[in-house]
Design a protein around this ligand. Structure first.
Ligand code: DGY
Length: 317
């Protein structure tokens, strides 16, 4: 059972290799629909819009033995509940690293150079022509970027920012990467998240969603960022306390924000919609043809490994 439309090549491969029930509606499935899938299918190829909560996974009977997630983030699956029902969970790390890092840079550049404001001005016919004081943004080169989360995507962003844009990069995460991996990013390791926040002109989030990181960027931590600093979030909406972010932006403490993810997607806090200094994207981090095909093919690799009796390479639970 495949819960959403996938790139054509992936759907063709699924049809060739499995008795696949593909999605035609391409709509978010509710709990009852997911429970029907759990009861009817041997495997579910799911995405971040499928909320496999403990309640959903308490369905009876359950036929499904594997949830092969199309994507890296797993905060939509209760891994403990899946394990309790002997359901294997896999994801697709690596397939979306470069593209999500590129989108992070897209947001960083757009926010600091006021690209959203400029685009809206041109489209609305309000542009009156070149002038020396028009829409002045901030120089990127030489600024300090703080990367929160030292996984694949955080490291790929650090590398781009440091070697591509001449930024000083600080990094902090749950575990410090091996010295050679850290050196390849050009980043310096920060002693703590708080120590990173006080030093950075721009902070970019790359931690997983879920209980461990929910509200990590709260009012206290946002207040630690220097006045005029910018926040970029391509990780999960839950990592940032939205009320605290809105207040920091309204108060002028933060200079702007670039957001690709939100706590209750596709809803976006209305207060953010009216803010010129905020760039808002609709969860596009991995939205390239290449990444989405690679994610689908990787999910297939995991499914084939599982059903051939070997260990799926991306087993997480
Ligand atoms: C993921 O893999 O979790 C991403 O958010 C999907 O783009």
């Amino acid at each position: 059972m495949v819960t959403r439309r996938l790139p054509h090549t992936v759907e063709v491969a699924l049809r060739e290799r499995f008795d696949a029930v593909l999605s035609t509606a391409d709509a978010q499935m509710d709990g009852a629909a997911l429970q029907r899938a759990l009861a009817e299918a041997d495997a579910i190829l799911c995405t971040l819009t499928d909320r496999f909560t403990a309640e959903v996974l308490a369905a009876y009977p359950i036929r499904a033995r594997i949830l092969a997630n199309f994507g890296a983030g797993l905060d939509h699956i209760d891994l403990a509940a899946a394990a309790a029902h002997d359901i294997v969970v896999t994801n697709t790390p690596g397939a979306l690293t470069e593209d999500t890092a590129d989108l992070t840079m897209t947001l960083l550049l757009a926010v600091l150079r006021r690209a959203g404001e400029g685009e809206r001005e041109v489209r609305s016919g309000r542009w009156t022509g070149w002038r020396p004081t028009h829409l002045l943004g901030q120089r990127i080169t030489g600024r300090t970027l703080g990367i929160v989360g030292a996984g694949r995507i955080g490291r790929a962003v650090a590398q781009r920012a440091h070697f591509g844009f001449g930024m000083r990069v600080l990094m902090w995460g749950r575990s410090q990467p091996a010295p050679e991996l850290l050196a390849a990013t050009g980043a310096e390791w920060a002693s703590s998240l708080d120590a990173l926040l006080v030093e950075c002109d721009v902070v970019s989030l790359h931690v997983p969603g879920g209980d461990g990181t929910s509200g990590m960027l709260d009012a206290r931590r946002l207040a630690l960022m220097p006045p005029g600093a910018f926040l970029i979030n391509t990780a999960r909406g839950s990592v940032v306390d939205t009320d605290a972010l809105v207040e920091a932006l309204l108060a002028g403490h933060l200079g702007g924000a670039g957001l690709d993810v939100y706590p209750n997607e596709p809803q976006v806090d209305r207060r953010l919609l009216g803010m010129e200094q905020v760039v808002l994207l609709p969860h596009l981090g991995s939205a390239t043809v290449e990444a989405r095909e690679a994610m689908g093919m990787r999910a297939i690799v995991n499914l084939e490994a599982f059903f051939s009796g070997s260990a799926p390479p991306d087993r997480v639970g």
